[in-house]
Design a protein around this ligand. Structure first.
Ligand code: WQD
Length: 337
């Protein structure tokens, strides 16, 4: 059975391709290589021994999307990762984000609903919750005004899928709301490849430990949390990848309860920035150079998932630990030239 993974050479996409191949799916990847490297294809193949089909396509080109689906009518599922995802950049370039993240989704959905089998998994984010009023965060928590155009594209994306599902009974769709993906495949053959200065915490930590950055700035230690730093739900990217496989299998086996569902994908545990630093130092044996810096605009104080719905309905639970994530992130960093 063939599955399409858009953005399949990206951080989460590549790890998901590996897990799909591991359970026997054939995979075709679409990626525009705007924020990924073709070398990731070799990494995937070296892990699984199977080379995914690959097409370099810009999903903003409506005709190219049509042509692709005319060639691949035997697809049994689509996992749609392809999107721009830098929160700060989205504030500076909103139109680029709305065009790249929403036009592409619309063109994809137009074709997916015409497939014989219309199973669609959407890459969403806990950012849709903003600062949730209650913790841990349930899927039923209110979606709040997005802190950034990036976050807004995830909210609008979910609404588009929901509205299409209402009038396309054949479409079976799931949005997975990721918390904070971290770590790398244990083989260190694929991992996170941030372009330029990393915006996210863990790649900045590993680049600092590798001597590529002078020191980590901890954005604020005066928050109302036990150690004053922000709390997040850091989930190992391999656990996150496996969640996509079980979500797709739920749709293929028609175990979904309605034709549009939403699931939180996290560990259910919150960790502060200082706790992540400590876990990294323990796992890597490296002393991390960091300083306390002013708060970062837009940061929420705490976000961690209530994963009971995913555990119950998907039969999925995060298994890897923060230490597994830090160890694999460091091993991956040490392989990068
Ligand atoms: C985590 C914590 C920072 C960098 C974002 C997106 C979310 C998802 C994950 C795409 C915060 C602190 C960070 C640094 C720091 N992305 N930090 N120094 O902001 O929770 O989520 O990335 O889907 O949608 O919103 O992740 O890793 O940027 O920050 O102190 O150099 O680390 O303040 O408390 P975030 P993050």
């Amino acid at each position: 059975m063939k599955v399409l993974v858009t953005g399949g050479l990206g951080f989460i996409g590549s790890h998901t391709v590996v897990e799909l191949q591991n359970v026997g799916y054939d995979v075709v990847i679409i990626d525009d290589l705007s924020n990924s490297s073709i070398k990731v294809l070799e990494g995937i193949t070296s892990i699984t021994g199977k080379s995914p089909e690959f097409e370099k396509l810009d999903l903003k080109e409506k005709q190219d999307v049509k042509t692709f689906f005319n060639k691949h009518k035997d697809i049994v599922g689509v996992i749609h990762f392809a999107a721009s995802k830098a929160v700060g950049e989205s504030v500076e370039k909103p139109l680029m984000y709305y065009e790249n993240n929403l036009n592409t989704l619309i063109y994809m959905l137009k074709e997916v609903v015409n497939l014989d089998v219309s199973n669609f998994i959407f890459s969403s984010s806990c950012t849709v919750y903003g600062q949730a009023d209650e913790l841990p965060i349930l899927e039923s928590a209110p979606v709040k005004e997005a802190e950034s155009p990036y976050g807004n594209t995830k909210q609008i994306g979910e609404e588009i899928i929901r509205d299409v599902a209402k009038v396309e009974p054949k479409l079976k769709a799931i949005s997975l709301r990721y918390f904070n993906p971290v770590g790398a495949h244990e083989s260190a053959k694929i991992g996170e490849l941030p372009l330029g200065v990393p915006q996210n915490l863990v790649p900045f930590i590993t680049q600092t430990a590798a001597g590529l950055r002078k020191e980590l700035s901890v954005f604020g230690d005066d928050y109302p949390t036990p150690d004053g730093t922000c709390i997040r739900d850091y989930i190992h990217v391999v656990d996150l990848a496996k969640a996509h496989v079980v979500a797709l299998q739920r749709l293929i086996e028609a175990r979904n309860e309605t034709n549009y569902e939403v699931f939180n994908i996290g560990t259910g545990k919150g960790s502060s920035v200082l706790e992540v630093i400590k876990a990294f130092e323990k796992a890597s044996g490296e002393k991390l150079n960091f300083k306390i810096a002013p708060r970062r605009m837009g940061d929420v104080v705490q976000a961690f998932a209530d994963t009971s719905k995913s555990n119950r309905e998907l039969g999925w639970k995060a298994e890897l630990t923060m230490e597994d994530a830090m160890r694999s992130a460091w091993l991956w960093q040490t392989t990068l030239d």
